[in-house]
Design a protein around this ligand. Structure first.
Ligand code: DUC
Ligand code: ZN
Ligand code: ZN
Length: 472
């Protein structure tokens, strides 16, 4: 099938240009100046399908480099399956996710990877890759890190939080970083001081402070900044590259930025919830309502100015990627596990469907340019996670993962279950976006068009990723 996307403005991090995009099968074969008679123009004239993109943006499909579909966590399991979560992602213009395989102490890494392949295989609407969580650093799991690179899993997540669950101590982190430094892979870090947080949590509960807001108050910014700094120091000792996930504290990003400034390969990711939502407005909502926004790292106080600073850091490239940390739980029977004890509320927010729209609102509001929007949401994740060329760019030879985005359209989020994530609420209820995902192609197949889902489970393929292209 040949598809011509005609009359739109093609956006990349380096600029925007009026161009027609020709797709043949699963790939982009030409990006043509309008009216061009160059190679490919003949083919364009005979395209089997023409999509009129006049007045619209034509952008590389979104890459969400941080999702947790059906993740076992907090005494339950994240409510989106690979099927429902990737379908919701497609609705929102995301055409690739990188999800996390979970390994805990005592489990064999390769067996957990096989289990995740079994869960996701044949289920996904869009392409997907895996990062590997190493929850039990030992000789066997360190050896597995070398082996997984051959299997296209080139990034390894460690936790400085959640003692007794995923937590690694500094010695374990050091060893994993030494392995990453030697095999060229990258360490992703959940940077929060988990043992200090656990003491603060127990003390709060003993005082009868059980509401959701105490989740945020027992994880103060110092616990994120301290862990970020410690992770950077360990990276510095070992020479390993470091990617700090879901950063929400401005002080932690300042520390990261200072070390980037010294030339270290340290990178930072934030998520839409840390840009728009806050401790006061959301986590402190009346009654048990705040549970909707319990995630870690936590939402931060607007009065402290974190959200504004994070937007600034996105602009200045001190934060490089926006992912979602999509980890949805329903209120009923899941978030409700924490009624009367905030520490039992499963941690996570669902946003996989809304990332492209929410960040585009940043373009409308003048916070970032549309080119930076594409860079943060697609091109840099592709490069960071070893997929660039195939993903993250509109260019001949790349997969035809394409979004036709209408900057004059409108999207109402959340209202009355207008979203497609498998959740009984929306963390984004009431958000209005000045833009709209019109058409989405995943490897040349139209999966969303005119507010209709046309995709199919099993279309999405596993991506064997290479090493991060930021390290070579
Ligand atoms: N934080 C969350 O909010 N959910 C999943 C895991 C994590 O680190
Ligand atoms: Zn995390
Ligand atoms: Zn996560």
């Amino acid at each position: 099938m040949t598809v011509l996307i005609k009359g739109g403005t093609v956006i990349s991090p380096t600029g925007s240009t009026a161009a027609d995009v020709l797709v043949d099968g699963e790939r982009i074969v030409a990006v043509l100046e309008p009216g061009s008679t160059a190679l490919g123009a003949d083919l364009a004239a005979s395209a089997e399908r023409v999509i009129d993109a006049t007045g619209k943006y034509v952008v590389p499909g979104g890459i969400d480099g941080h999702t947790h579909m059906q993740m076992p966590f907090g005494g339950t399991e994240a409510s989106d399956t690979f099927e429902t979560g990737t379908r919701a992602a497609a609705w929102g213009g995301t055409t690739t996710i990188v999800d996390f395989v979970v390994q805990r102490q005592g489990e064999r890494v390769q067996e957990t990877l096989a289990a995740w392949h079994a869960k996701a295989g044949g289920e996904c609407a869009i392409d997907y890759g895996f990062h590997q969580i190493i929850g039990g650093v030992d000789d066997d799991s360190l050896k597995a890190m070398d082996e997984l690179i051959e299997e296209g899993v080139t990034t390894f997540k460690l936790f400085m939080a959640y003692p007794g669950v995923f937590y690694s101590d500094d010695g374990q982190i050091l060893r994993a970083m030494q392995t990453a430094a030697s095999n060229g892979s990258m360490i992703m870090m959940h940077a929060e001081n988990g043992t200090a947080i656990d003491v603060l949590v127990q003390q709060a509960l003993a005082r009868g402070e059980t509401d959701p807001v105490y989740h945020g108050l027992t994880r103060p910014w110092q616990t994120e900044e301290e862990a970020t700094h410690r992770a950077i120091m360990l990276a510095r000792i070992t020479g390993a590259p470091l990617y700090v996930v879901h950063m929400s504290a401005k002080q932690a990003v300042a520390t990261l930025a200072a070390h980037r400034g010294e030339g270290l390969n340290v990178f930072g990711e934030t998520c839409p919830q840390y840009l728009y939502l806050s401790l006061e407005k959301n986590l402190a909502a009346a009654g048990f309502e705040g549970a909707k926004w319990v995630c870690s790292t936590p939402l931060r106080a607007e009065a402290e100015g974190h959200q504004e600073e994070l937007w600034k850091y996105l602009r200045t490239n001190d934060l490089q990627v926006v992912s979602t940390d999509h980890c949805p739980f329903c209120m009923k029977e899941q978030k409700e596990l924490g009624i009367g004890d905030f520490s039992k509320i499963p941690n996570g927010i669902g946003s996989v469907e809304h990332r492209m729209d929410l960040l585009f609102q940043g373009v409308v509001d003048g916070r970032i340019t549309k080119e930076r929007w594409v860079e943060l949401c697609s091109t840099t994740p592709a490069r960071m996670f070893g997929m660039y060329g195939k993903k993250g760019i509109i260019a001949p030879g790349a997969d035809a993962d394409i979004v036709v985005y209408d900057p004059n359209g409108h999207t109402s989020i959340g209202l009355g279950k207008t979203h497609h994530m498998n959740m009984d609420y929306s963390a984004w209820e009431g958000y209005e976006i000045d833009g709209h995902v019109d058409t989405v192609l995943s490897r040349g197949t139209v999966v969303i068009d005119d507010n209709q889902y046309l995709g199919a489970k099993g279309h999405g393929q596993f991506i064997k990723r290479g090493l991060s292209q930021y390290l070579s």
